[in-house]
Design a binder for this molecule. Structure first.
Ligand SMILES: Nc1ncnc2c1ncn2[C@@H]1O[C@H](COP(=O)(O)OP(=O)(O)OP(=O)(O)O)[C@@H](O)[C@H]1O
Ligand SMILES: [Mg+2]
Length: 303
């Protein structure tokens, strides 16, 4: 279970006059997401969706509030090696007792994040990209038997096959189409065998048909993990209302910045769903009406 309590994020930015200004990107977001659900976050550009997702992943620290996953506190990235830890302690020596405690009890969370821009290494083939994450994972497991190169490649192929990319294993990202690159990021995320996948507009850069195909693939893979008893929680940021409603158990609508929860809309329609399902369409229209209302409100302010 993911529990976000009163999350806030405040940035200091230097304006054109060289003066520091404050910007609240996320304001007082509290949210509980049970295991195995698909939840979408919808909201206008710049309302703090990516920031909130990165806080969930522990890639940024919130300025307010806490995130717990399965009861364990999520912390921003901390040094992993001894050398890095010594450097970190030296830098933050005034909080060193705290830092020591943090290192010792540093919780591990099984999270994979798919970023807004394709996060694949362009100089590695599709296969090498997946092997790279597997190798990171492999190095993590101290004591456990390490896999050899061939075993890693075989394992990587399993994940490439899941997303239908086995035939393109030896192509470089620049030789793949947008949809294929997107599937490669999905294969990489799955290869971590995460409990949570955070996706930031994963299907934004592909055409409508490919997008629908990728959505169905995601549902299929999610369902597979459910039948295997290792259900994944998916949190997905999107601009696409139809996508959010079609995929999710719940849609969370953020207000225009600073991002705060405007509405939570459960989608109780059984899967597999038809995109044209009357109840889904009705929910979509309700959300669109909400956005329309926000835009009109904004227009009123400017008069
Ligand atoms: N590192 C940073 N420093 C200062 N301001 C930032 C930083 N990161 C994000 N912001 C600001 O915080 C706000 C929210 O940004 P964020 O990227 O979370 O929006 P978003 O909802 O993901 O937008 P989009 O839909 O366009 O991706 C924006 O106004 C942005 O300029
Ligand atoms: Mg974003």
């Amino acid at each position: 279970m993911i529990e976000a309590k009163s999350i806030g994020k405040f940035f200091s930015v230097i304006n054109e006059k060289g003066v520091a200004e404050g910007l609240t990107a996320v304001l007082n977001v509290s949210l509980t997401i049970p295991d195995g659900k698909i939840v979408s976050i919808l909201g206008p550009s710049g309302c703090g969706k990516s920031t909130f997702l990165e806080i969930l992943a522990g890639l940024q620290a919130p300025t307010d509030g806490t995130i717990h996953i399965d009861g364990k506190l999520v912390l921003e990235p901390l040094p992993a090696t001894r050398k890095e830890q010594i450097a970190y302690r030296r830098r933050y020596r005034f909080i060193s007792p705290l830092a020591n405690g943090v290192f010792r009890d540093r919780p591990k969370h099984d999270i994979a994040m798919i970023f807004q821009d394709y996060a694949v290494f362009p100089w590695m083939t599709a296969l090498q990209n997946v092997v790279f994450t597997l190798r990171l994972r492999n190095a993590d497991k101290t004591g456990a038997a390490k896999l050899k190169k061939r075993e890693l490649e075989e394992k990587a192929l399993v994940y490439l096959r899941k997303v239908d990319l086995a035939a393109s294993a030896h192509k470089y990202p620049s030789q793949l189409s947008g949809g294929m690159r997107q599937r490669l990021t999905l294969a990489r995320a799955l290869s971590v065998e995460p409990k949570i996948i955070l996706m930031d507009e994963p299907f934004a850069a592909v055409d409508a048909l490919t997008r629908e195909k990728l959505q169905d693939e995601l549902l299929r893979l999610w369902d597979e993990t459910r039948s295997a008893g290792t259900s994944i929680t998916v949190i997905l940021v999107t601009h696409d209302t139809q996508e959010a409603v079609y995929l999710s158990d719940e849609v969370i609508v953020f207000s225009p910045g600073p991002g705060t929860i405007r509405n939570r809309i459960p989608v109780k329609v059984k899967r597999p769903r038809a995109r044209t399902d009357a109840e889904l369409v009705e929910i979509q229209e309700r959300i669109l009406a909400m956005f329309q209302y926000d835009i009109n409100q904004e227009a009123d302010y400017s008069i």
